[in-house]
Design a protein around this ligand. Structure first.
Ligand code: C2E
Ligand code: CA
Ligand code: CA
Length: 412
């Protein structure tokens, strides 16, 4: 079955099975997940082995790029599992790729083509360290990195399907009395072998491979579904609307119909739009101002809050703060952690708070790890705080069990 969101598919073959024959159309490339294959050249019945490829090797990729028929036959030697990468998917990725990457691919392809006409025939596949392309390859490391990325992407895709993602919730508190005001939903991947993997490690991969749409959809649904249980943990009568914050990546924000999908999810779980906050980083805004403006406006019209995450770490300038209707500003941890011993950081945080005040936004200071920083932020007029000093991200069950905000990451 093809995983439509990634263009990858795992295929298993018995020993001595043909993966493809010379002359066939080249619609896919393959990475050997487990096992090994032989590369055969020559007419049927009189074929000779020219190479053997083992786990981690990629083959058939040239056909992905130039669309010419296969020039060799590939047969398995032992039971083999392959990750198949569809041409359409690679073409889609290339269209979205950085222009430098597009240029490099074009350049390499041109060289491969001329090697094809000038030198010995290429196979329509690239055995490592054997042929014309590997001489031209800027580095074998690059190849290895690509193979690693592809197999990790395949495991992530499997992991999502097998329910290995978890959402942990970190409390956001009112600095005035430390009452819980809301939560931020933070995803983790509980890998069966590697253990709990941080989003910093797999979100970039998910963004690169298109898997982020499935990750994001899972997190949003889970967070909205868990809200009925988490909402009662937020202190009533504070005059603040309790909220659940969910992070959105650039590809998710730019996907058509994102506002409608969020609305449908809220309706399905009868969650008030005002109680959902979507967190966006400055980097997202720079990536596509027009789309972001449209989506942020759509979310705000619906009543959903929009927070500017990691404030101060991007390079977007301050103009967009005036034009985009944010409801909240999150001061990045890098400023907060230097607060206790840095007059400069105090000034930066003061400016952020003044700016926030001027624009009528609420402010969350992130990454508070001690009481001194919390006290300082309260005296500077910051309303909300988030950090290990108050609570670590926790599973919903762990949070609702003890009746108050527990500390310590993981399962109950
Ligand atoms: P973020 O949105 O800035 O999330 C806050 C991160 O700071 C979380 O890391 C949280 O565990 C950590 N943190 C909170 N308080 C403290 C503290 O006092 N000290 C320190 N040292 N760290 C603290 P986490 O959960 O590893 O998430 C990392 C990043 O991954 C997030 O940064 C966010 O950019 C991304 N991310 C997490 N979940 C999702 C998701 O569902 N979707 C998307 N698109 N991105 C996500
Ligand atoms: Ca965030
Ligand atoms: Ca942040």
């Amino acid at each position: 079955m093809v995983d439509v969101s990634t263009g990858f598919q795992r295929e298993t073959y018995a020993a001595n099975a043909i993966v493809f024959r010379a002359g066939e159309a080249g619609e896919a490339a393959y990475v050997i997940d487990q096992g090994c294959v032989e590369i055969l050249l020559g007419p049927e019945g009189d074929q000779r082995r020219v190479d053997v490829l083992a786990t981690g090797a990629m083959f058939g990729e040239i056909a992905l790029l130039d669309g010419l028929p296969r020039s060799a036959t590939v047969r398995t030697l032992v039971p083999t599992s392959l990750i198949r990468i569809e041409r359409g998917h690679v073409e889609g990725l290339l269209r979205q790729a950085d222009p430098v990457v597009q240029y490099l691919v074009k350049l390499l392809l041109g060289r491969v083509r001329s090697a094809r006409t000038d030198g010995p025939p290429l196979l329509g596949l690239i055995p490592q360290g054997q042929d014309a392309l590997s001489e031209l390859d800027p580095s074998e490391q690059l190849h290895n990195a690509a193979v690693r990325t592809l197999s990790l992407a395949q495991s992530l895709s499997d992991g999502i399907r097998l329910g290995q993602l978890e959402v942990h919730y970190q409390a956001i508190v009112l600095l005035s009395d430390h009452a819980v005001a809301g939560f931020e939903a933070l995803v983790r991947w509980r890998h069966p072998v590697l253990g709990l993997i941080s989003p910093d490690e797999f979100i970039p991969l998910a963004e690169k491979t298109g898997l982020i749409h499935r990750v994001g959809e899972f997190v949003l649904r889970q967070a909205v579904a868990d809200w009925a249980q988490l909402r009662p943990l937020c202190q009533a009568g504070t005059g603040h609307i309790p909220f659940m914050s969910v992070n959105l990546s650039a590809p998710e924000l730019c996907a058509p119909g994102v506002v409608q999908r969020i609305q449908a999810c809220l309706e399905a779980h009868q969650m008030a739009p005002e109680e959902l906050h979507i967190e966006l980083t400055e980097t997202i805004i720079i990536s596509s101002v027009e789309v972001v403006t449209h989506v942020v406006q759509g979310l705000r019209n619906m009543g959903v809050g929009v927070a500017l995450d990691d404030f101060g770490t991007g390079y977007a300038g301050l103009d967009y703060l005036q034009t985009l209707p944010f409801s909240c500003l999150k001061i990045d941890r890098s400023f907060v952690e230097r607060l206790p011993n840095g007059e400069r950081s105090v000034q930066i945080v003061k400016s952020a708070l003044a700016l926030s005040d001027l624009l009528g936004l609420s402010t969350v200071a992130e990454g508070i790890e001690d009481a001194a920083t919390a006290d300082l932020l309260r005296s500077l007029g910051c309303t909300y705080a988030q950090g290990f000093h108050f609570a670590r991200p926790q599973l919903c069950q762990a949070l609702i069990g003890p009746g108050q905000v527990p500390s310590g990451e993981g399962r109950s």
